[in-house]
Design a protein around this ligand. Structure first.
Ligand code: PRP
Length: 183
């Protein structure tokens, strides 16, 4: 919690993220090379940095849209209930869609969003997550593409927050809590 002292250790550098995004973009370009205009859907708020870097590497005609779903409160515990807080602006029926997620943790958010969007009958729906924490999974699901598999650590930066802080770090960091100073 923010009242607790914590430090952030770098886990994945900005350079490593950029290099991985180049590889992912190459694979995505291959998959959607015949698509007329790909709808890239960012899940707010955590994916805003990732989607910005990803679409600029794609070199494909894209439409960018956003959806906001929430599974966490301001704390660290993931609740099972996922709510859609902000819907897409555009139509996706018959279109190719790429859902962009910052992190798959329990999997509830991506599972719920995928089901929700599939009900609108897209031609194809693929998913990409920058980070994947398989140890925390409660739903049997894997994104079509994953940037990095990470251990069960609390991570921040590159769009991901800790109680609405640290989203603007250019790298992925690991939160390390410090013992309260008893002196
Ligand atoms: C976080 C994160 C993912 C989701 C992953 O979003 O951005 O969308 O949780 O968790 P899950 O796999 O356990 O469902 P959050 O609801 O914290 O909102 P934010 O993106 O606005 O930070």
């Amino acid at each position: 919690m923010p009242h607790q002292n914590y430090v952030i250790d770098e886990m994945i550098s900005a350079k490593a993220i950029a290099a991985r995004i180049e590889d992912l973009a190459r694979e995505i370009r291959k998959e959607f090379k015949t698509t007329d205009k790909l709808v890239v859907v960012g899940l707010l708020r955590g994916s805003f940095v990732f989607i910005a870097d990803l679409v600029r590497e794609l070199d494909l005609p894209v439409e960018v849209d956003f959806l906001e779903a929430s599974s966490y409160g301001d704390g660290m515990e993931s609740s099972r209930e996922v709510r859609i807080l902000k819907d897409l602006r555009g139509q996706i029926e018959g279109r190719d869609v790429l859902v962009v997620e910052d992190i798959v943790d329990t999997g509830h958010t991506l599972a719920h969003v995928t089901k929700y969007l599939m009900s609108r009958k897209p031609a194809r729906l693929k998913t990409i997550a920058l980070l994947d924490k398989p140890a925390r999974r409660e739903v049997d699901l894997k994104a079509s593409w994953t940037g990095f598999e990470i251990p069960d650590e609390f991570v921040v930066g590159y769009g991901i927050d800790f109680a609405q802080r640290n989203r603007n770090l250019p790298f992925i960091g690991k939160v390390r809590f410090e013992e309260p100073d008893k002196s």
